[in-house]
Design a protein. Structure first.
Lengths: 271, 332, 358
């Protein structure tokens, strides 16, 4: 297929041209090379998975995409423009949201407030108006609350709206975290092991939410996941990393039959 | 060389000696922080309390006599003995160990797994408690502390060095007590480093510092370690209390040495023993030299109150991990 | 049976987001306010005004200020005393430099100046965290006290090194100086307390408050979801110092009348305000009031009992005060790290279920 053209998938979704391209990224911590010369793209509207063994550099890759780590070499292109070095919060403003491998909710706040924090990039009323709670600030608060309530409905967490997140069970916490990212109405959603530590049922729920987000809102999703079954089921394309290098890239079927990938997963002697 | 140059050197030497004492107090902080993750604000008040207790034992004061007098209308003050310094020091040490045990039993045990900042605030509470308790027990009047360390300027040194700087220079004026303090503090610092590096207890202590749970799982008693560390901190406080107390009397201001040690910690890093030592020297010399060169001539003096903090603050802005800390890699 | 949400249906999000969602609380709040404005001024005497009521109101403002920084934004500060001094000296310079300036503007401007100073000392917070920051704020404390002590311009070259507040009035009533009536001083401070507490509540329940709390709970995650940490921390330092500066200005101008910096704004003040926040409850506006009330009332009570009733010497009572304050801090941290506000919340939860606990 042509790299610039849109196409329609078997289930009828339209996949657009690449929205995010990373080119020749290299990231080092002191002497340790976490990512070595990796390039791939994420197309508009697709579900893109990044897989690989532990320590392969997957999370570091997400950290590069949302600007938390600054690579020593390489370029990041977003919407066809080269991105200059930016702070993570500026990148969030551009419409990239994410969830974290180890849940990173705000423990002192309720579910509702946590998800409301996802709207912060959209809330612009000035401090004085907020102090007075008049006009701008209150209208904005209510308007954003409506969007958040939609997210809450979508994720089926109405009942825990006002519960402090620290009291929630693990699966719900993961869901609230997804809600916080969704509330931002991102163009690109990064999910770092959204199903880690879940049982089969919870994984099914989460997979359904991810596919629904992609389907209903047309959100582009890049996710890291260890469960091969899930990845092969929900991803349109897969990048495989091992020891900081890219060893495979393509549709689930292509990747499944790639000899390097098989070696990395089943194990061969490294020289 | 002009006389001013030699006075500069004298200031430098005095700064070094003050610095060693700062290092000592800072070391007390570092030990507790490494072993329990607690930033012990009460360290300075512990020094005050130790000095008060020492004087009390030496002079045979009756504990809580003011309180007893107030309640029962009696008029008692002293047992009427005078205890030799060495015996009083040993008794005081026992009191400090008892104190360590009580702190573990009544405070630390109940605050396990709390956030560091909560623990920090608990030690502020502890500092207030001890300050009031010490005053209740021994009275708040300024007391003279004398354990037999020579005081006053060292005449010999002054005479022998007078020739250096010409007619305007009268030789280096260094206080005997300061020199003694430097030697003691230096010895203590060395022995503490040796203790934590080469003894079994020291190793256990470092293990606890690295990871509480892992240490527990290999059979180290967290509570025993805490008592030990707080006892050591009590010992360090006693030495600092003796040095400072002999110099300027035992009074409330003695507890402020803790505030002097805080910038040392910021500079050296909360977990680094060499950091505490080098940081102490830098601050000691730095504040004396700054006062001598800039403070008194241009700023009206008394810059020692804040210089150490400003130095540490500026330093931290450029190197947040401190002098010897490792670069922090943040993860998500 | 009165204390229920049941039957009090919220039909709009605006109603759901109000400060007192329970009708009983709303009425309690209105009654308290009416009592404070309509009754208290007529029953106040000099002793109660000076020993309890004025310090309570003024320190409540300071405690709200520190709570915004420490309780909501998670940045521990030990520099409150120094920032209060900035507010006091700013008020003094403004009052003496611009005699025609209305006292309300003097106080507000003093807060504004303190906010700028606070933001300056808040700058390092971007690089330093936790204890390091707490200790760094001590730099502000010591430096500011030294500055006001050593630079005669700040105290208008007066021989004593003290500053004293000239008389200023509002609507014809003296609020500062020796002729101020207790009731006037009280109402003047109460006005500030009401407006500032209300503004603080609004600030902390909206977008700003969420930014601060996000930084407090997990700064890295906050930055990645789009909170600018520098802006969030600096606004927290700014707003917090604004409040503390106003408290300092009121303490000097309305309450003390004359002040010497080391004595009135030393490090003990920093700790006092921190204790109010801890005992009252981190991250709670109500807690700031509760903590201030507690820390003001307790010494008065102890003094009355020990010195007044039992005839003990004053110094003994003050030693006891240290022991009790220190002990209480520890006990509170052990039993309820979220302070009086949390105890109040728990009591309310119980009350909502009462008399049917299941």
């Amino acid at each position: 297929m042509n790299t610039q053209d849109s196409y329609v998938t078997a289930d009828g979704r339209t996949i657009g041209p690449p929205m995010m391209e990373v080119k020749n990224i290299t990231l080092r911590f002191g002497g340790v090379v976490a990512i070595k010369d990796i390039s791939f793209d994420i197309r508009e509207g697709e579900v893109r998975a990044i897989i690989g063994p532990n320590g392969a550099g997957k999370s570091s890759m997400l950290n590069v995409i949302n600007g938390f780590y600054h690579p020593q070499d390489g370029e990041v292109w977003f919407h066809g423009k080269k991105r200059h070095a930016m702070k993570p919060h500026q990148i969030a403003e551009q419409g990239i949201a994410r969830t974290f491998q180890n849940i990173a909710l705000f423990k002192g706040m309720s579910t509702l407030d946590n998800i409301m924090t996802g709207r912060l990039t959209h809330m612009k009323s000035n401090m004085f108006s907020q102090m007075m709670w008049w006009g701008g600030a209150q209208a904005e608060e209510v308007a954003n609350r409506e969007i958040v309530e939609k997210v809450i409905d979508f994720l089926e967490i109405q009942a825990i709206r006002k519960t402090p997140v620290g009291r929630l069970p693990y699966g719900f916490q993961k869901r609230v975290e997804l809600g916080r990212a969704l509330a931002a109405e991102p163009k690109l959603l990064l999910l770092d092991e959204p199903m880690a530590g879940m049982n089969v049922e919870e994984k099914e729920d989460m997979s359904r939410f991810i596919l629904d987000v992609n389907d209903e809102f047309g959100t582009t999703i890049a996710l890291i996941e260890h469960d091969m079954g899930v990845v092969m089921d929900i991803a349109d394309r897969v990048v495989v990393m091992d020891y900081g290098k890219k060893i495979g890239d393509g549709t689930p079927d292509e990747v499944r039959n790639n000899q390097d990938v098989i070696d990395a997963y089943l194990g061969v002697a490294h020289d | 060389m002009s006389a001013n140059f030699y006075y500069g050197i004298e200031v430098f030497l005095n700064g070094m000696m003050a610095g060693v004492l700062y290092s000592l107090v800072a070391l007390g902080f570092v030990l507790i922080f490494k072993a329990s993750g607690i930033f012990n604000y009460a360290q300075g008040v512990m020094a005050l309390f130790a000095a008060l207790t020492l004087v009390g034992f030496q002079n045979g004061q009756i504990p809580f006599s003011h309180l007893i007098n107030a309640i029962f209308g009696t008029n008692i003050h002293h047992f009427g003995w005078h205890m030799p310094a060495i015996l009083a020091i040993i008794f005081t040490l026992m009191v400090m160990v008892l104190f360590a045990y009580l702190v573990e039993k009544f405070v630390l045990k109940h605050l396990v797994n709390q956030e560091p900042i909560i623990l920090f605030m608990a030690t502020i509470g502890l500092a207030y408690f001890m300050e009031g308790f010490g005053d209740l027990m021994w009275g708040a009047d300024i007391k003279k502390l004398d354990v037999g360390i020579p005081q006053g300027g060292n005449i010999w040194l002054e005479e022998k060095t007078a020739f250096l700087g010409g007619p305007d220079f009268y030789g280096f004026y260094l206080d005997n007590l300061d020199m003694w303090a430097t030697v003691c503090a230096g010895l203590l610092v060395v022995s503490l480093v040796l203790f934590s590096q080469y003894t079994k207890t020291g190793r256990a202590l470092r293990a606890v510092a690295d990871d509480h749970q892992a240490a527990l799982s290999v059979g180290i008693s967290l509570r025993a370690i805490w008592v030990i560390v707080w006892s050591i901190a009590g010992f360090v406080a006693l030495v600092a209390g003796i040095m400072w107390g002999s110099k300027s009397g035992v009074q409330f201001s003695l507890s402020l040495i803790a505030l002097k040690a805080l910038p040392v910690l910021m500079l050296g890093g909360f977990t680094s023993i060499p950091g505490a030592i080098v940081g102490g020297l830098i601050i000691g010399v730095g504040e004396k030299m700054f006062e001598f060169l800039i403070g008194v001539p241009f700023l009206g003096g008394a810059t020692e109150n804040w210089f150490a903090y400003m130095l540490a603050l500026l330093f931290l802005v450029f190197r947040p991990q401190g002098l010897f800390g490792e670069k922090i890699i943040e993860r998500v | 049976m009165l204390y229920r949400e049941a039957g009090d249906f919220k039909t709009t999000y605006a109603k759901d987001q109000q400060t007192f969602p329970i009708a009983f609380d709303r009425w309690g709040y209105r009654l308290t306010l009416a009592f404070a404005v309509l009754v208290v001024p007529f029953i106040l005497n000099d002793y109660w005004t000076n020993a309890v009521v004025l310090p309570f109101l003024i320190y409540a403002i300071a405690a709200i200020g520190l709570n915004i920084l420490t309780g909501y934004c998670g940045q521990v500060s030990l520099g409150s005393g120094g920032f209060m001094a900035v507010g006091a000296y700013a008020a003094y310079k403004l009052m003496t430099g611009f005699p025609d300036l209305n006292i309300v503007f003097v106080i507000l401007l003093s807060g504004g100046i303190t906010a700028l100073v606070g933001m300056l000392f808040g700058l390092p917070s971007l690089r330093i965290k936790g204890f390091y920051l707490a200790v760094a704020t001590l730099a502000a404390q010591f430096f500011l006290v030294w500055l006001f002590n050593k630079v005669p311009w700040f105290y208008n070259y007066s021989a004593s090194g003290q500053i004293s507040a000239p008389e200023r009035s509002l609507f014809g009533f003296a609020v500062t100086g020796a002729n101020a009536h207790p009731a006037t001083s009280y109402l003047f401070c109460l006005g500030f307390v009401f407006v500032l507490a209300w503004a603080a509540r609004n600030l902390t329940r909206g977008a700003n408050g969420r930014k601060w709390m996000a930084i407090r709970d997990m700064d890295i995650a906050a930055e990645i979801i789009g909170v600018d940490p520098l802006k969030a921390k600096l606004t927290a330092f700014g707003v917090s110092s604004f409040y503390i500066g106003i408290a300092g200005a009121l303490l000097f101008a309305v309450y003390l009348g004359a002040a010497e910096v080391g004595e009135a704004f030393g490090i003990e003040k920093s700790f006092l305000i921190l204790f109010m926040v801890i005992i009252g409850g981190l991250g709670s506006i109500f807690g700031s009031f509760a903590g201030a009330a507690f820390m003001i009332l307790m010494p008065v009570l102890l003094k009355n009992i020990m010195v007044g009733q039992m005839g003990w010497p004053t110094d003994l009572a003050s030693h006891f005060q240290f022991v009790i304050v220190g002990g209480l801090i520890i006990i509170f941290l052990i039993v309820e790290p979220h302070g009086l506000a949390q105890l109040w919340r728990l009591a309310k939860e119980k009350l909502r279920l009462w008399p049917f606990p299941h």
